[in-house]
Design a protein around this ligand. Structure first.
Ligand SMILES: Cc1ncc(C[n+]2csc(CCOP(=O)(O)OP(=O)(O)O)c2C)c(N)n1
Length: 279
C-alpha cells in the first residue's frame, strides 16, 4: 500500500504561502493513495500558470507543455499508453480560455483522462487579469472599468456537450475533493473536475466568502439525470453545490476510432523495432 510520502519530492514551491493550491495538491496525493496508483503509472500533463505547477511538486511522470495545450498532449499519451493513468492540471484561464478549443473536442472524443481545473476566476500567474470565469463588474488592473463579458459556466457547457463525467470540488474541502478525484480517475472517459480555488493574492473572493455557500449535492441526487444536472450547474450566488453533477457513459477514445488504435499500435512496434537495431 502506498503512502502520501511516496508522492512527495524535494522541489521548492513557488506558490504563495497559504495558497489554496496546496489543498488541491494534498487532495491529489490522497486520491492516488486511495487508488493505490503507483507514481510510475501516472502521467500529469499541465499547461502554463500557477495551477500547472502542481505536478512539479509530485513524484510521478510530468509533461509541462504550452499554455492551453495540455489536453491534446494528454490525449496522445493515453492513446498509445492506455495502461497509464493520465490527468491534466490547469488553471481556468489556461483550460477554458487558451485551451477552450481543445476542451470542446475532448467532450466529443471522450479520452479516458481526468482534468482538474483550479478555478480561481483570474489569471494568477500574470497577476490577476480577468479570465473566462471572472464575474461581470469585477475590476482588475487591466479591466479597470470592470469586466463587461458574461462569465463562462464550465459545468453547464460540459453537461450540454454530453461530457462523460462532470464534477465540482472546493480546495478547502480536502476529503470530499479527494473522493471526487478518485471517482473521476475511476470513471472510464473524459472527467472534468472544476475546483473552486480562492487565490489569496489576486482573487476577489477569499476562503471565508465560500464558507457558508459551498454545500455537497444531496445524497439522493441522481447524476444520470441531465436536466437536474443543468439546473444544479446553473445555481450561483448564495449556494454553490459541489459533487458529481453528471455522468454519461459513452465510447472512449481511441476505442471509438479503430483505425487510430491500429496506427498507434503499428507505430509503437516500428519504433521498438528500430530501437532494437541500435542495441
Ligand atoms: C501563448 C501564451 N499566452 C499568454 C501567456 C501568458 N500567461 C502565462 S500564465 C497566464 C495565465 C494563467 O492563468 P490561469 O490559467 O488561470 O492559471 P493560474 O495562474 O490562475 O493558476 C498567462 C496569460 C503565455 N505564457 N503563453
Amino acid at each position: 500500500m502506498l503512502k502520501i510520502d511516496d508522492f512527495k519530492n524535494n522541489v521548492k514551491s513557488a506558490w504563495c504561502p497559504g495558497c489554496s493550491n496546496f489543498g488541491i495538491l494534498n487532495a491529489v496525493k490522497n486520491s492516488f493513495v486511495k487508488l493505490d496508483a503507483k507514481p510510475q503509472d501516472i502521467v500529469i500533463v499541465s499547461g502554463i500558470g500557477q495551477a500547472p505547477k502542481l505536478p512539479h511538486y509530485l513524484n510521478c511522470n510530468v509533461f509541462n507543455g504550452l499554455h492551453g495545450r495540455a489536453l491534446p498532449v494528454a490525449t496522445g499519451i493515453k492513446a498509445v499508453n492506455p495502461e497509464l493513468t493520465v490527468l491534466t492540471v490547469c488553471g481556468d484561464g489556461d483550460f477554458y480560455g487558451e485551451g477552450g478549443n481543445h476542451l470542446l473536442h475532448a467532450f466529443r472524443r471522450n479520452p479516458d483522462i481526468t482534468s482538474l481545473i483550479h478555478n480561481n476566476q483570474v489569471y494568477a500567474l500574470t497577476k490577476g487579469q480577468a479570465s473566462p470565469t471572472t464575474d461581470i463588474g469585477v475590476k482588475t488592473k487591466l479591466q479597470f472599468d470592470g469586466v463587461k463579458e458574461e462569465p463562462l459556466n464550465p459545468l453547464a457547457l460540459a453537461i450540454i456537450m454530453n461530457c462523460s463525467f462532470v464534477a465540482r470540488g472546493y480546495a478547502g474541502d480536502l476529503e470530499f475533493l479527494s473522493e471526487i478525484i478518485v471517482a473521476g480517475i475511476q470513471h472510464k472517459g473524459f472527467a472534468l473536475i472544476d475546483i473552486i480555488q480562492p487565490c489569496i493574492t489576486f482573487g476577489y473572493h477569499q476562503g471565508p466568502w465560500y464558507k457558508d455557500k459551498i454545500y455537497h449535492l444531496e445524497k439522493d441526487y441522481n447524476p444520470y439525470d441531465k436536466e437536474s444536472a443543468l439546473k444544479k450547474a446553473s445555481e450561483t450566488g448564495d449556494k454553490i453545490p459541489t459533487g458529481i453533477f453528471y455522468i454519461n457513459k459513452k465510447p472512449v477514445f481511441p476505442e471509438n476510432e479503430s483505425n487510430l488504435t491500429k496506427i498507434a499500435k503499428i507505430d509503437k512496434d516500428i519504433i521498438y523495432g528500430l530501437l532494437k537495431l541500435f542495441e
